[in-house]
Design a protein around this ligand. Structure first.
Ligand code: SF4
Length: 281
């Protein structure tokens, strides 16, 4: 923690997320010099200012390309991308399935409050049909995006949902996401108490997934994401698959033959880059 006082509204769910992330970094003794937090635009965009690490406050919707570039340039760094539902599922939506299918080894925390908070309460891609705001006085007419189902069908290797008020549970999810090799997608329900206060509703709806859920079962994860009653939180899906760095290191020809458990080899990668440079010199 940098010691800078956050400037979110009192009661904002983002405090819970910051608390959870700090818990994880502290208990794992993560070296701030090996951690980078990349944000987009929105209330979540202030996140890098509060965590002792490298930080990059990018432009609207571009958090994933920046985080991907950073990870490719510095594979030794732990890279965490943070952004809101407006940032990631509207202007930034085009990047999400592509970052997922590349399976870059980064963690993406999607702060979902179902509204644009920073710009004062316009409906976002996850706002429910019929919800009235000053920008949608007759109620929202579009159906909301389901971020978990989207991540699953795009091929994400780690898909989870947390709730900012279940801080310890959220910390465990973030820890598991950071440990996962590959693209980790964590949707975090975080109420915007100022422009769309869902706190009481989500507190009633949230329930933690138990041991009866098998996170390697894709169909079960998809059913949970689309049909479950209330708001299940926990790890929906987790599977090991070679990351982008593993495939680059193996070369395009061999990439399809890679098995789970293949590890990125930095020296092999460097040799391949040298060979490419020789070819185009
Ligand atoms: Fe949080 Fe909403 Fe305030 Fe932004 S506007 S800081 S999301 S409560």
């Amino acid at each position: 923690y940098k010691g800078i006082k956050p400037i979110w509204c009192p009661g904002c769910g983002d405090y819970g997320i910051l608390n959870a992330l700090i818990q994880v970094l502290a208990r794992n003794q993560v070296d701030p010099a090996r951690l980078a937090i990349v944000s987009g635009i929105g209330c979540s965009g202030r996140f890098p200012a509060f965590v002792k690490s490298y930080g990059f406050h990018g432009v609207h919707g571009r958090v994933l390309p920046v985080a991907t570039g950073l990870k490719l340039a510095r594979p030794d760094m732990t890279v965490v991308a943070v952004g809101g539902d407006g940032d990631g599922l509207a202007i930034g939506m085009g990047h999400l399935p592509h970052a997922i299918r590349r399976n870059v080894d980064i963690t993406y925390l999607l702060f979902d409050n179902h509204i644009y908070g920073l710009t004062k309460g316009q409906p976002s891609p996850t706002t429910e049909v019929g919800h009235k705001t000053h920008a949608s006085p007759f109620g929202v007419s579009e159906y909301p995006i389901n971020p978990l189902a989207l991540a699953l069908v795009a091929g994400a290797t780690f898909v989870a949902r947390g709730f900012s008020s279940h801080t310890r549970h959220l910390a465990d999810l973030i820890e598991a996401a950071l440990e996962h090799r590959g693209f980790s997608f964590v949707q975090i329900m975080t109420p915007c108490v100022t422009f769309y206060d869902t706190y009481k509703q989500w507190k009633q709806q949230a329930w933690e997934l138990g041991e009866d859920h098998d996170p390697s079962d894709f169909q079960a994860a998809l059913r949970l994401a689309t049909e479950a009653e209330g708001m299940p939180i926990g790890i929906f899906y987790r599977v090991e698959r070679p990351t982008l760095m593993d495939r680059l290191a193996a070369g395009a020809k061999d990439a399809v033959r890679l098995q789970s458990g293949t590890r990125y080899d930095r020296e092999a990668d460097a040799r391949q880059i040298d060979a490419l440079l020789q070819r185009y010199r």
